[in-house]
Design a protein around this ligand. Structure first.
Ligand code: AMP
Ligand code: ZN
Ligand code: FE
Ligand code: FE
Length: 283
């Protein structure tokens, strides 16, 4: 049983449409796939619900973009929350709205440094998206011939510690965790020790999220080295948190493949039992 609890569609910064993602998940022989677009539910909501005889279980979810009071970017995965919950919806909508002026500010900084790029270049690459993100800007830089791949764009211009980085409105991780909980959902810290992406929490800081209701830690993720995985798994064991594994798939680019990291069936059963805000469905 292959269970992958983190994926993106072109409703945020993934490449595949929701239907194409489902098709790829079936080719990859997944049994369970969580669709966790950044700050929007539109990807899984646009799939025909309850097709009945489907072989793939879809877990409704989202990846909430958060920022700590110290200014660090943190992603919290939410599963099985009530999609009609107003406070969670409001947080996501404020974030989505502020992402547009934020991308424009990054473009201004790039222009000041002599990189030719416009917002309409980015808009071309985010037509399907409710959530505009740096990967769309990366796609525009590729089209302009400035870089060759999304990874190169991040390494050179877009990473979290770059002089071109600008944040956007985002709840703190504590607020997001509490909002997911109030909406009946399950929260998991995404790629919490992925140092290649920028500043990360200390283990003690992650532990400080637990009283706010954090339910789990994404342990197996391509951006975690062995020591990061060991530290997170130990913390999950100590505090009885769900230890998940997932692809964080954005499309078949670089090393990304659906199901490249997996969640154990007993962990998935625990998440399913705890999530009270909505039901899974099959496609
Ligand atoms: P944004 O939501 O606009 O801040 O962009 C965040 C997204 O950019 C993440 O979900 C990843 O898909 C991607 N990303 C972040 N850091 C990196 C990195 N260092 N290399 C490649 N992709 C990254
Ligand atoms: Zn993303
Ligand atoms: Fe993320
Ligand atoms: Fe993600």
């Amino acid at each position: 049983m292959k269970i992958d609890l983190h994926s993106h569609t072109n409703v945020s910064d993934g490449i595949d449409s929701p239907v194409a993602l489902v098709r790829s998940a079936k080719v990859a022989e997944l049994s369970v796939l969580a669709i966790t677009d950044h700050d929007t539910l539109e990807g899984w909501q646009s799939l025909p619900s309850e097709v009945g005889a489907g072989s793939l279980t879809i877990v409704p979810g989202a990846e909430i973009s958060c920022r700590t009071t110290g200014g660090m970017s943190v992603h919290i995965l939410g599963y099985l929350f009530d999609p009609a919950d107003t406070s969670l919806s409001e947080l996501m909508s404020l974030t989505r709205d502020d992402r547009i002026p934020r991308i424009k500010k990054i473009i201004e900084l790039l222009n000041d440094a002599g990189v030719e790029i416009t917002f309409s270049d980015v808009a071309k690459h985010s037509e399907s998206a409710q959530t505009v993100g740096r990967p769309h800007l990366a796609d525009a830089l590729i089209e302009r011939g400035v870089v060759a791949t999304r990874d190169q764009a991040f390494a050179k211009y877009l990473h979290n510690d770059s002089p071109f980085y600008v944040g956007h409105f985002a709840p703190t991780p504590e607020v997001a965790i509490q909002a997911i909980k109030r909406a009946g959902g399950v929260s998991v810290l995404a790629h919490g020790l992925a140092g290649s992406r920028g500043a990360i929490y200390t283990v003690a800081e992650i532990e400080a999220l637990l009283p706010h209701g954090l339910d789990g830690l994404e342990v197996d993720h391509r951006d975690h080295d062995q020591s990061a995985r060991n530290a997170l798994r130990k913390m999950a064991d100590t505090f009885q948190l769900f230890a998940t594994g997932s692809s964080d798939y954005h499309g078949a680019v670089g090393s990304q493949r659906l199901g490249m990291e997996l969640t154990a069936p007993d962990v998935w059963e625990g998440i399913l039992a705890r999530g009270k805000g909505c039901e899974v469905f099959t496609v």
